[in-house]
Design a protein around this ligand. Structure first.
Ligand code: F6P
Length: 359
């Protein structure tokens, strides 16, 4: 029986299991076997895998996370190994290719963000046959109009804003909600719009505390002594620095952002005199059941990826363009980050209804 391999890499994103399920179901129809490598690239390097048979993929559509496991550190070209009690980094890409050869895998479907897909492009350059599936809650990949997981993250963030609204109003407070998204403001912008934020701070638009405070005080004079402020984690401090919560050695993207919400909250209190509370939503945005939109997009990506693998079209990444799923060369995804256009329609619509970006 011909075989396809699949792995999930990088931070998890609601809909990963739906992609795995769609790949396997499409492959079974063509009498293919599907092997799932465990824990991202480490399963490929260390030859750890599970057979994704009909039983293994049952009940996956609505399940968050990934049954294969993932990690956002391991890269086969810079792989952590223990030598003399110390962790050193070695190029283990030959080992990864050997695993594919030994198991007789026709093509490897790699579901991941820019780090994972950059690794996939390097493996492809060394001869691996790869189909990429773009994934991230951040929605910041150049190759695709939208990634699965983003809609779920926005839904979760919007629910949080709805809850913060009622308590903000009762206590006449400012509520700051810090959201994920790395260096792009998509989650903050979309959920800020959906959740009725008064101020949205995103990395793409430089902000000043005086402008933020003016908006909040203006609302107070209008008889609305509470405000909701959404801050994307990639926003810089007034001094021009990112706030880091962690530094992960060995990871493609070492900096882990987090904490700018506290900085913004403190400054708001100082400049307005209004009691301010800060919530950092964190990994809750990555968890839970995917929305129907994400289940459908994930399924379409999985079907297309399996069909390409079966047809022998390699080293491409599937993507959504407008309403259609198609594919582009793998290198396309590796070229940079898709940012919010500061004068795009979404920002314009937000400004038109009085939302401040602090500029
Ligand atoms: O890329 C997805 C993401 O959730 C980002 O929004 C966030 O900055 C990062 O991953 C968090 O990474 P970790 O799970 O390593 O803390």
């Amino acid at each position: 029986m011909p075989k396809l391999g699949v792995l999930t890499g990088g931070g998890d994103s609601p809909g990963l299991n739906a992609v795995i399920r769609a790949i396997a179901k499409t492959a079974f129809q063509q009498h293919y076997e599907v092997i799932g490598f465990l824990d991202g690239y480490s399963g490929l390097v260390e030859e750890r895998y599970m057979i994704l048979n009909a039983r293994a993929i049952s009940g996956l559509l609505h399940r968050g996370g990934t049954i294969l496991g993932t990690n956002n550190r391991d890269n086969p070209f810079h792989y952590p190994v223990e030598e003399d009690g110390k962790i050193v980094y070695r190029d283990m890409s030959d080992q990864a290719l050997l695993t594919l050869d030994r198991l007789g895998i026709k093509a490897l479907i790699t579901i991941g963000g820019d780090g994972t897909l950059a690794g996939a492009a390097e493996l492809a350059a060394k001869g691996a046959r790869i189909i990429g599936v773009p994934k991230t809650i951040d929605n910041d990949l150049l190759a695709t109009d939208q990634t699965f997981g983003f809609d779920t993250a926005v839904t979760t963030a919007t629910e949080a804003l709805d809850r913060l609204h009622t308590t903000a109003e009762s206590h006449h407070r400012v509520m700051v909600l810090e959201l994920m998204g790395r260096y792009a403001g998509w989650i903050a912008l979309q959920s800020g719009l959906a959740g009725g934020a008064d101020v949205i701070l995103i990395p793409e638009i430089p902000w000043r505390i005086e402008k933020v405070a003016a908006k909040i005080l203006e609302r107070k004079t209008q008889g609305k002594p509470f405000s909701i402020v959404v801050v994307a984690e990639g926003v810089k401090t007034p001094e021009g620095n990112h706030v880091l919560r962690d530094w992960v050695e060995g990871s493609v993207e070492k900096a882990r952002l987090g904490g700018i919400g506290q900085v913004v909250g403190r400054l708001i209190e100082e400049h307005t005199g209004i009691e301010t509370r800060v919530t950092i939503l964190g990994h809750i945005q990555r968890g839970g059941s995917p929305t129907p939109f994400d289940r459908v997009l994930a399924t379409r990506f999985g079907v297309m990826a399996a069909q390409l693998a079966i047809r022998g079209i390699y080293n491409v990444v599937v993507r959504l363009q407008g309403a259609d799923v198609s594919y582009v060369p793998l290198e396309e995804v590796v070229r940079g980050t898709r940012k919010v256009p500061p004068d795009g329609q979404l920002v314009q619509a937000a400004r038109a209804i009085g939302i401040s970006f602090g500029d």
